[in-house]
Design a protein around this ligand. Structure first.
Ligand SMILES: O=C(O)CCC(=O)C(=O)O
Length: 275
């Protein structure tokens, strides 16, 4: 959906937009706000992410031509909690929080700060998957309440060419818990017979999705990385362990109270991760 000029200018969603977005996530598995972040900010982020990808490729000895990660040429990496990445417009984006807090509660936590990139020359799609496993293994026949929302910020225009995420929306997030266990039916086999679509969107859009919704990365046929930033917000009651995001003390000290609260379970006072 497109936010109104008034919402974009005020940084605040109308109550009816929040309600629509919440219902879309609950029923369809995701909502997409198109072209929200300023282009200049997105371009800056993309250029810094390019540096991260380059050093990650070198460190891991990855070659695009030889391929990696089963020929998908997909890279998932933890993003350093430093500027320009850890800007409050990203980690505490008002549009995102308006929606996320309705679903996960105002005491929800930021628990993941990473990125997903479909690099050029991939030859295969990823396996169809959900981002979360079953909470009760093979046992639980019930659909459990949502615990995690993934928020994706694409840093380039996502087209049919450059490796869009493919999603199976409309109910895959609503299966009983055991559907997310390692012994569940193979999603890839079922998914070939189900409706899906490739999530094309302009740079600077925001996708908020239930982490159980089935999806996969697809090969990038362009010559540039297709990168997004991926955050996860979690239900406070479902977070039992200390988090893994490394947040330098001075970065934490610069945050608003709201943002400090969002990252309260993470590793504060620890240097940012380096790729
Ligand atoms: O292409 C994407 O952004 C999706 C990547 C993904 O689902 C994964 O790496 O687990």
């Amino acid at each position: 959906m497109r936010l109104s000029a008034e919402e974009l200018a005020s940084g605040k969603l109308k109550p009816e937009t929040i309600e629509l977005a919440v219902q879309l996530i609950r029923i369809n598995g995701y909502v997409l706000f198109e072209e929200v972040m300023p282009r200049t900010q997105v371009e800056l982020l993309n250029s810094h992410m390019g540096d991260q990808l380059t050093s990650f490729m070198v460190k891991n000895n990855f070659s695009l031509e030889e391929g990696f990660h089963d020929g998908t040429n997909h890279i998932g990496l933890y993003v350093p909690f430093e500027k320009p990445f850890c800007d409050e417009s990203i980690i505490a984006n008002p549009f995102v929080l308006d929606v996320v807090e309705q679903i996960l509660g105002s005491d929800c936590l930021l628990t993941y700060f990473a990125s997903n990139t479909s690099m050029p020359l991939g030859t295969k799609p990823q396996k169809v998957h959900a981002d979360m496993g079953a909470r009760f293994g093979d046992q639980c026949e019930a659909n459990l309440p949502i615990t995690n929302l993934v928020v994706n910020y694409p840093l380039v225009d996502v087209t049919l060419e450059n490796g869009p995420m493919e999603v199976w929306s409309g109910g895959t997030h609503l299966h009983p818990d055991k559907w997310y266990s390692s012994n569940a039916h193979d999603k890839s086999v079922l998914a070939e017979h189900m409706q899906s679509f490739k999530a094309v969107m302009p740079a600077g859009s925001i996708m908020i999705r239930d982490d159980r919704m089935w999806h996969r990365g697809t090969p990038n046929r362009s010559d540039k990385p297709r990168t997004n930033i991926a955050l996860i917000y979690s239900l406070a009651a479902a977070v039992h362990h200390p988090g893994g995001i490394q947040i330098p003390q001075e970065t934490y000290d610069s945050f608003s109270d709201k943002t400090k609260r969002l990252v309260r379970n993470e590793r504060i006072g620890v240097p940012a991760i380096q790729n």
